[in-house]
Design a protein around this ligand. Structure first.
Ligand code: ZN
Length: 117
């Protein structure tokens, strides 16, 4: 039922490139790619008179997820080295960054289509 789609695009010009492609972009020649992982769950409800299709998308943004994980892993070590008020201020700053990036790490999109047969 679930369908996982992986796609990669050039980070500079947005051209679709092979997931395993490495090296410069074939279109613009610059290096760097964005990887998208899309998990589709499709639930279809059929009745005699109407139909409804509900699709849920989870889009993972790799960069944001990595940032959140990095902050989670690094925070305790920062507390270790920066004791006292400085550590508290840095910790609060990092929490703010994690709060900002957290919702972006996974975006859930629900698409509902309704119609009559
Ligand atoms: Zn490109």
């Amino acid at each position: 039922m679930g369908e996982v789609t992986q796609a990669a695009t050039c980070a500079h010009c947005g051209k679709s490139i092979a997931l395993k492609h490495s090296g410069p972009c074939p279109a613009c020649g610059k290096e760097g790619k964005n990887i998208y992982v899309e998990i589709k769950e499709s639930i279809e409800v059929h009745s005699s008179l109407q139909w409804e299709t509900k699709k849920e998308y989870y889009k993972k943004h790799k960069g944001a997820a990595v940032t959140v994980i990095a902050i989670s892993v690094l925070s305790p070590f920062i507390g270790l080295f920066l004791a006292g008020p400085a550590g508290v201020i840095v910790g609060l700053g990092l929490s703010g960054i994690a709060y900002y990036f957290g919702p972006k790490a996974v975006t859930k999109i629900i698409e509902i289509t309704k119609g009559h047969a």
